[in-house]
Design a protein around this ligand. Sequence first.
Ligand code: C2O
Ligand code: CU
Ligand code: CU
Length: 511
Amino acid sequence: MDQRATRRDFLGLPLAVPLAGLAGRALAQPPAGFVPDVELELTAQPAEHEIFRGVQTGTWCYRGKLVKGRAGTLEDSGSYLGPTMRLRRGDKVRVVFRNELPESTIVHWHGLAMPALMDGHPRLVIPKGARYLYEFEVLDRAGHYWYHPHPDERTGPQVYRGLAGQIFVQDDEESALRLPSGDHEIPLVLQDRTFDGDKQLLYLAGRMEAMRGFLGEQILVNGTPEKELHLATGAYRLRLFNGSNSRIYKLAWSNGMPFTVIGTDGGLLERPLRKPYLVLAPAERADVIVDLSGQTMGTSIELRSLRYPAPQMMMMGGGMGRGMGGMGRGGGLEQGSEFRVLRVRVERKETGGFRMPARLSQPGFRRRQEAENAEEPRVYSLSFMRMQWYLNDRTFEMEEVEANETFRAGSVQVLEFRNASRAMMRMAHPMHVHGGQFQVLRRTPAAEADEMAAAMNEGFTDEGWKDTVLVLPGETVQVLMKFPRFPGLFLYHCHILEHEDMGMMRNYRLT
Ligand code: C2O
Ligand code: CU
Ligand code: CU
């Protein structure tokens, strides 16, 4: 039976049909016997938010409603961001998604392993007024995942207007650690936006800017400019997530404290790691502990993004300068410039310390030898020609899959990303693979010494489970991926959303 056609029928029904009738029809179809632990309604719609005091900014946002499940499953983000979902590993989740935007969209659950029809592939978009029924089981480890739109050519602008939300998955292994929680666990979503004189969102100024990727002039944390945290002299768990379209952050504390990293995209590390600074590319997450117990009252510490050399398209002048460096609108924040992300003020005394466990988790890593192609990685080159970014000299076609993009469902494979962008067009690309998490096996630097690599090398968290890995100019990164057991079409792409939208994205097929 063609599941896709069945689901389409459900989706295509007009909004006027009562939901009960809809569900009855759709749920008579596969997957049979799906009994959800959690049931949500999620709607994408135009809205207004007060990002700056006293001014309404037009946005697009996700609104959610918990129909069935534990209290606290859905948490208001307090901003234009979508509601935060708190799920447990093993939860069966049903989401009835409704599109109230003036254009087509579909939801993708970034980092989670899903059957193909649940993964938000662009071919599954639904028009305004239609609904999509998601039913899936949370198979992944405890971790920090997220959801966002995935329509072809329109992901960048939709995310930019506000369509993104966080998903925290918990499991028993994580709960047993008694990590800082409640108001001592703080999600921090980093985004950059540009506003016009009326504080309305401005997006790309044109094709040239798209090639470089959108860079905003204003840093927002959890949807708020000039973010401040008022904290006590205790230990906090900060759950960082780069929700920016293109900006790469090199995060550091202003007082020189190192980062204590406990987790990455796909959950907890085996042991805590120390990093002098942390590189967070678009879509990447980091789970860190900051211990303020030694700080005196009144101390103020900044989380900053440090300067780094970001080789960019050197096509300034010649009539193409505007927008290239982000300076076109005046006072822009170029890739690699230094700025404050947020300020922490220590304002309360608190006793009772947190002891960092020596061992955090059993990551369950696999060995290269387990891969079907251990000696022969599948190679994907990232390149630029004729004003366009490519993967193996190809761009996205809705249903197209090449031989080296076909894998056996459930198999373990070595993938190799080679950043071949050269000379005038050297850029770092955060490569993302749908279908779950991978391990970084090896990072081979460019043949010539590279300034960007020198400035970033110590800030990668290649030690943990990842779904997005930054590949620097000239670098080759090998990852080990265990593909999900679900057959069908999935995606891999650059998570600079403007690159994705211009086609730096491809299908892969699991058979
Ligand atoms: Cu977060 Cu295909 O993307
Ligand atoms: Cu994804
Ligand atoms: Cu890219």
